[in-house]
Design a protein. Structure first.
Length: 327
């Protein structure tokens, strides 16, 4: 199934142009991604004073990456492995004023599989599949809602959000995008700023979270927001767990203030086995599996190739990270 997904993320000229040179694949070399570097015209070498680029292949070991950069000031480009970079927020903050270091991530690369998962969670929660899958007897009452023509509030406007809008088009959903700026998102009926979130929530049948995890988005959806939603509304989170106040979510589900929740992400992860969300009948948790390794591997390899080519040939980079904004 290699190559079944496509990366539609646009490329941009960086404010700082890193110097071409040897690239180290760390914290340990992986032949698949080393080949991706070579496919972009790059040279893979062990870490040294000559290293100009680093492909970092783990979400952890952030302190090790920081130590590596401190010990090798000649590094001018770092490729991070995931779309979200919240785990690297500390090091990004520390290097925010570093004028000769370009950060790129996989943001946008995994849009298709993650958006597909968001749609699956949306359909499952609307159709009450979490409750029905746990049932041990034939239900007397038929329950569930259709997605066709519903009002969807989509928080975020990145690659995943763009792909979600595309997938919702056949359902004739009325999509409102909530983002930092009022710039319209193609395919959405309207775009509003985060300051207007409370204005649009009362009309939402579905709320899908696809925004970055930052200080500004922590507990973006909590008790005040759940109080604004219809009792027939569903919440889907394929972004990051901290966007939702989970205690407030539990209360909303238990009180019947929310029809259901589809969560691919939680806070913390893994979610403890005794957490009350596991036993909520209307909650579906998929353990951060919206983008599995068979899906992400080819997409990350392609992103590495594209950005290596940009380093070697002087072209535009894809997935540039703003270390100040944190995404």
């Amino acid at each position: 199934m290699t190559g079944q997904h496509r990366d539609h993320t646009p490329s941009h000229e960086p404010a700082f142009r890193p110097t071409a040179g040897p690239i180290a694949v760390l914290p340990r070399e992986n032949e698949t991604f080393a080949d991706a570097v070579r496919a972009g015209g790059g040279v893979v070498e062990p870490l040294s004073d000559a290293t100009r680029g680093i492909v970092w292949l783990t979400y952890g070991r952030v302190d090790e990456l920081a130590d590596t950069l401190d010990a090798h000031p000649g590094v001018e480009w770092v490729q991070l492995p995931y779309a979200g970079v919240d785990a690297f927020s500390g090091i990004l903050h520390d290097y925010a004023d570093h004028e000769r270091l370009l950060w790129t991530s996989a943001k946008g690369a995994y849009s298709e599989p993650v958006a597909e998962h968001a749609l699956a969670l949306t359909l499952a929660t609307l159709r009450a599949l979490p409750q029905k899958s746990r049932a041990s007897a034939w239900a007397e009452e038929k329950t569930g809602f259709s997605l066709y023509g519903l009002n969807v509030v989509l928080v975020g406007a990145g690659g995943i959000a763009i792909e979600i809008v595309r997938l919702l088009e056949p359902f004739r959903a009325d999509v409102t995008v909530v983002r930092r700026s009022p710039d319209p998102l193609e395919g959405a009926a309207r775009t509003v700023t985060t300051a207007e979130l409370h204005d649009v929530l009362p009309h939402a049948d579905v709320v899908i979270l696809a925004a970055a995890s930052t200080d500004d988005t922590k507990h973006l959806i909590g008790a005040p927001e759940f109080a604004l939603l219809k009792p027939t509304a569903v919440l889907v989170n394929i972004a990051r767990g901290p966007l939702v106040d989970q205690d407030a979510l539990v209360d909303a589900l238990r009180s019947g203030a929310l029809w259901g929740a589809g969560l691919d992400v939680t806070d913390p992860e893994p979610l403890p086995a005794d957490h009350p969300l596991w036993s909520e009948p209307a909650c579906l948790i998929t353990s951060h599996s919206a983008d599995t390794p068979p899906m992400t591997g080819p997409l990350l390899a392609n992103r590495i190739t594209v950005n290596t080519r940009a380093l070697v040939e002087g072209g535009a980079f894809t997935g540039i990270v703003d270390p100040r904004a944190g995404y």
